[in-house]
Design a binder for this molecule. Structure first.
Ligand code: ASP
Length: 343
């Protein structure tokens, strides 16, 4: 599983593409930067110690799942029926092993269940009741569905259903016992722009191995067992040691149609494009504006982080001294689809 190692490592994380206004209160900015910095620091320390990229991406995504600021794990958005149905996937680049879960409701950290699917089954993707039954066979922590509830996400649901003229469902049983203080100030406007998004992490370890992980609650008021790109290998997550590791965020249907995560790697492999070129092309040329973003790290340790929505909380660190935490400031799009050929 190991390739000759360079000793170089790189890690990037995202907290979801979205539309965070630039005049967001300082307390919000601080809350998100603090969360990202903490998660990045833990992932970076693991890679620095020589731990595998796969362990680092799982750990970082689990931390962000536990953080109610993000639409993943605790703090996930609600379905139209008032449930939290969570999706996650993980992949390692050395041998293309991967695992994913969709629509789970009682597993505290869906990303850990995705990894178990990868390591303990012959399958790649388990969904809903079947995934829950598989979780029963593991030692992973289970929670009451009310654990995932946050008042902000419930307010988002009510708003969307009211706009659609649909009935508001009852809150999940036991919400009073399990709810916790909001990490945001009490006068904060409610609604999606200030609730941050899907989470993801990509990493290159000192042994040249790449890994990617993504976790989400999906889209507010989703229906009929809808599953987005996050648990779909090749759409929301991909890793291949020959090219790159990629984690996506945005309107999942668009990412599934275009196999976005895989296409970044394919452009690198078959057209010889650089990571930067391949990632920009997806976000600024192939996807429509306001659809989403992605983060990626190449086998050489280059990092790309782009969104076409205006904001995507994200952070990166490398053993060569790169360290950045960003919310806005999307780099400029390519001038044309053919610009910026391989390096
Ligand atoms: N991609 C996720 C989904 O469609 C949502 C997001 O990233 O915001 O489920």
């Amino acid at each position: 599983m190991t390739t000759p190692h360079t000793g170089h490592y790189a890690i990037a994380i995202h907290g979801g593409a979205g539309f965070i206004p630039k005049d967001v209160p300082t307390a919000h900015k601080k809350a998100i930067v603090t969360s990202l910095e903490r998660a990045l620091a833990e992932g970076r320390a693991m890679l620095e110690r020589g731990e595998p990229a796969l362990d680092a991406v799982e750990h970082v995504v689990a931390l962000l799942e536990d953080d109610p600021l993000f639409n993943a794990g605790r703090g996930g958005v609600f379905t139209a029926e008032g449930r939290n149905e969570l999706d996650a996937s993980i992949m390692e680049g050395a041998d293309l092993r991967c695992g994913a879960v969709a629509g789970v409701t009682t597993v505290r950290n869906p990303i850990r269940l995705a990894r178990k699917v990868m390591t303990d089954t012959r399958h790649v993707l388990l969904a809903r009741e079947g995934a829950e039954r598989f979780a029963d066979s593991t030692q992973l922590e289970r929670v009451d569905p009310a654990y995932f509830y946050t008042p902000g996400r419930w307010a988002d649901l009510e708003k969307v259903l009211r706009e659609r003229g649909e009935p508001i469902p009852a809150k999940p049983a036991g919400v009073g016992e399990h709810s916790h203080a909001s990490p945001l100030p009490s006068n904060a406007p409610l609604g999606s722009p200030l609730g941050f998004g899907t989470v993801g992490c990509v990493a290159l370890d000192k042994f040249g191995n790449l890994a990617a992980a993504t976790s989400t609650g999906g889209l507010t008021a989703k229906r009929w067992g809808r599953i987005g790109d996050s648990p779909i290998i090749a759409a929301g997550t991909y890793a291949d040691n020959a090219t790159a590791a990629v984690s996506c965020t945005g309107t999942g249907e668009e990412y599934i149609r275009r196999a976005v995560a895989y296409d970044v790697c394919a452009q690198m492999r078959y057209a010889g494009h650089s990571l930067d070129r391949a990632a920009r092309d997806q976000i600024f040329n192939r996807l429509e504006p306001d659809v989403g973003g992605l983060i990626a790290v190449s086998r050489k340790g280059d990092i790309a982080m782009f969104t076409n929505t205006g904001s995507m909380p994200r952070a990166e660190a490398t053993s060569r001294g790169v360290y950045r935490v960003l919310i806005w400031d999307a780099p400029e799009p390519l001038d044309s689809p053919s610009a910026g050929v391989a390096r």
